[in-house]
Design a protein around this ligand. Structure first.
Ligand code: SF4
Length: 346
């Protein structure tokens, strides 16, 4: 069975994948995964919040929205130097991609010179760059691409049908327009969604259908599990069954065979066995070793231990300049399997 990159999925076809017996679904997903990726490699990114809180949007899951009182400390745009210091630390800890996120509706013109300096500086360290700054117009997308930004993250969050229950301050079409500006500017797209918002099974299928039926599949597809934050409207929503989450990873892997599927927010609430099943289902990217914006992310040590237990190594970049840093991370993981050595190296 050779996986085909398709853009014509129907809801019935996606629902049929979800309805497969669990073992059949995982077997199919793992088979597709092996056609396009090394089965025991996981790409590793680090995320830094460069501007936190007081966002004008009303995303009901988000502690950074200015519409809800979550006690989150607001921070203005970080100075370029501070961002570069953090990027260097992330690189030393083993990340190959550095993602910078700002809680904005969209970047303002006055912010662009600082943003551009951040992109250039991080890139100069040999890291891949990714940003999430809200909506972009065509010109802003081009400016960021010219500065060397590799990826732009902008999520669809959920299905078009359920979207209005979660966000009212911008439309689904606004999001699709930003994605199209990013693609047109030649940047890679990072786009996914969040599960556990109170959406139906059909909504989860419809989200994956939207992602797979875009003109190009996003190169990176974060699948988040809602982290319920007190003070947000979704703080008491029912938990999503863990198997439904794993099934979603598997269906995403089958529908988006060449995309990196990322275990993103909510990973710190997953035990090792669930994360391992997600890797088996086709997840091959994580955020590593730092705070995932404002929600907890498992510490680097725990990630290294899990990688060592599973025989997973960080994905090698095809960029020679980065080889030394990838080797250093591989070494750190090996040392982690031997605790005395690892701790001596701290
Ligand atoms: S998800 Fe993004 S756009 Fe929505 S409120 Fe949070 S920071 Fe703002």
């Amino acid at each position: 069975m050779q996986a085909v990159v398709r853009h014509d999925w129907t809801l019935a076809q996606v629902n049929a994948l979800y309805a497969l017996p669990f073992n059949d679904l995982l077997f199919q997903a793992q088979t597709v995964h092996r056609q396009h990726f090394k089965p025991n490699e996981v790409q590793v990114s680090t995320l830094l919040s460069i501007k936190t809180g007081a966002c004008a949007e009303d995303c009901k899951y988000c502690p950074q929205s200015g519409h809800y009182n979550t006690g989150l400390e607001r921070e203005r745009l970080l100075e370029v130097e501070k961002v570069l210091t953090q990027a260097k630390a992330a690189k030393d800890k083993g990340a190959s991609r550095f993602c910078m996120g700002a809680a904005w509706t969209n970047p303002k013109q006055r912010d662009m010179p600082y943003i551009i300096e951040m992109v250039r500086g991080v890139k100069a360290m040999g890291l891949e760059t990714c940003m999430t700054l809200g909506m972009l117009d065509g010109e802003q997308a081009k400016t960021l691409a010219d500065a060397g930004l590799d990826y732009y993250n902008h999520n669809l969050d959920t299905s078009p049908e359920f979207y209005g229950e979660i966000i009212t301050t911008r439309t689904y079409q606004d999001r699709l327009d930003t994605l199209s500006h990013v693609r047109d500017a030649g940047m890679k797209v990072c786009c996914g969604g969040i599960l556990g918002l109170g959406e139906s099974a059909n909504d989860r299928s419809a989200l994956l259908m939207q992602l797979a039926n875009l003109p190009e599949h996003p190169q990176s597809v974060p699948i988040n599990m809602l982290v319920k934050v007190a003070g947000t409207p979704l703080e008491n929503v029912d938990d999503l069954d863990a198997f439904e989450f794993i099934r979603t990873i598997a269906v995403a892997r089958i529908m988006l065979p060449k995309s990196h599927v990322r275990l993103s927010a909510g990973r710190s609430r997953m035990n090792e066995q669930m994360q391992a099943l997600c890797f088996f289902a086709g997840a091959n990217s994580i955020f590593y070793g730092d705070k995932l914006l404002t929600t907890d992310n498992p510490e680097a040590d725990a990630d290294m231990q899990l990688f060592a237990k599973l025989g997973i190594t960080p994905e090698q970049r095809h960029d020679v300049s980065d080889e030394a840093h990838q080797l250093a991370l591989a070494d750190a993981i090996k040392e982690q399997a031997n605790p005395p050595l690892f701790h001596a190296a701290q």
